[in-house]
Design a protein around this ligand. Sequence first.
Ligand code: PEP
Length: 252
Amino acid sequence: MRRTVIAGNWKMNMTPSQTAAFIKELAPCVAGKDACDIVLCVPYVDIATAVEAAKGTNIKIGAENVHFEEKGAYTGEVSCAMLKEIGAEYVIIGHSERRQYFGETDTTVNLRTKAALAAGFKAIVCLGEVKDERLAGITDEIVSMQTKLDLAGISAEDLKNVIIAYEPVWAIGTGLTATPEQADETCGVIRKTIADLYGDEAAEAITIQYGGSMNDKNAAELLAKVNVDGGLIGGASLKVDAFTAIVDAANA
Ligand code: PEP
């Protein structure tokens, strides 16, 4: 059976001291709730603190991006080796905010994903349609194309360390949520695309999260859907009670 993964994406929030305090408060709330993997993806400067604070707990730590080159003249970028050395285990790649504000394309998402997998990370690869694409009725084509481009050249063996986060862009940070039926249907399209690329067994095994204003109120309904294997959570991952409630929903 595939794993349910509840992952927070803190975006540009929290200082190192706030990170330590948050994890200290969260850890006892989620202790022993092992029906899902629990991950916090935090700003680069918070990672070392987060790893230290999460030691001995069931919370894993990830980054929000990584560069694909090993090293060199790439001002402002961070490499896989840097993240490995400070203990990050997961990395988000291709978040819609990276695509929208920082020029990420499916090509760079693919390069980053390959580099992250080669370095031994679990890669949370984000994709999803914008509002106009949903209104135009081309959501299935868009997510299928992104899946193919983002995973191009990735082996079946490496796919075992890939998590897909289906995030309809119109639902991220807007308070709008895809209905459980929409989330299930589109995650199903992604799973079918994986089946076409890698076979049924790989498609059954891959974790496909939903992301887009998942919160303590709607998590249970979304997570109950057969094709939704967890959540990538922005706003609600910044509140201990809301994030705990989502973990609880995944453990119900
Ligand atoms: C996200 O950051 O991936 C996200 C889904 O944000 P939010 O939950 O705030 O919509």
